[in-house]
Ligand binder design. Structure first.
Ligand code: ARG
Length: 260
């Protein structure tokens, strides 16, 4: 009897291992490989950036970028696989061809453009300094002597470094945008410097305050690809169609807080 049980357990484990192995294999098919039956589009994001990408209570990654990516994948006939990683690792993931595309509220800066390629821009967000509601910090001049938090690898990290040349404040870099907000709420930083389209959501939900960055001149957000990717033209076409049909605007209305 015992022997039979052992035998069944071994068989079951073997079946399980085979099943897992197959799942893994499917993931190996990349967007470039068009000969496979199921074309998989490997996307990376940093799911710490609501409403563009964050985890819902069930742990699923949702948001504006996710809906956009799903639509792109569907239109081009791919199955979308999403990998969650730190924002400052995304450009590297493209450079090493670990993923086919990145949607992460990523601003299409000239500096990044040297290492990756970008689609046309699908959204423009200014930048904002987010504070607690009763904060006395109301303009960038009030930043003197304060602690300003930014997310590692973002345009705001660069912007803050530049601002430090003229305004004397301390900068704190964290690798996660959600952590950044927690730092603000728990008074470990005085200001969080981030995209306006994200900040406005927090102002509403968490009853915070904020002011626009008058020095901001950042480019809009775009889909990023490994340099020379064959997908760029097709993705641009889908985005253009979405602009023309009103589908892109619809997504903005669904996810983004209106900005004054
Ligand atoms: N727009 C900014 C940038 O491109 C911040 C993006 C942060 N995105 C994120 N998923 N945490 O640098």
């Amino acid at each position: 009897m015992k022997k039979k049980f052992l035998f069944m357990t071994i068989i079951f484990s073997l079946l399980l291992i085979t099943a897992c192995g197959q799942g893994g294999q499917q993931e190996e098919q990349t967007g470039e490989d068009k000969t496979e039956e199921v074309k998989v589009l490997k996307m990376a994001t940093s799911a710490d950036f609501a409403p563009f990408e964050s985890r819902d209570p069930s742990g699923e990654i949702v948001g504006f970028d996710i809906d956009l990516a799903k639509h792109i994948a569907e239109e081009l006939g791919y199955e979308l696989k999403i990998e969650d990683m730190k924002f400052d690792g995304l450009v590297g993931a493209l450079q090493t061809n670990r993923v086919d595309i990145v949607l992460a509220g990523m601003s299409a800066t000239e500096k990044r453009d040297k290492n990756v390629d970008f689609s046309i821009q699908y959204h423009h967000s200014g930048e904002m300094f987010l504070t607690l509601k009763d904060s006395e910090i109301k303009t960038i001049d009030d930043l003197v002597g304060k602690k300003v938090g930014v997310q590692l690898g973002t345009i705001q990290e660069e912007g803050a470094k530049k601002l430090q040349e003229t305004i004397d404040f301390e900068m704190k870099q964290v690798d996660n945008s959600t952590t950044l907000i927690q730092e603000l709420l728990s008074n470990r930083i005085d200001v969080a410097y981030l995209d306006k389209s994200v900040a406005t959501g927090y102002i509403k939900e968490q009853d915070l305050a904020g002011f626009d960055d008058p020095t901001s001149s950042s480019p809009g957000m775009a889909v990023a690809f490994p340099e020379g990717s064959e997908l760029i033209d097709d993705v641009n076409k889908v985005i253009e169609e979405m602009q023309a049909s009103g589908k892109l605007e619809e997504l903005k209305e669904k996810w983004l807080t209106e900005e004054e």
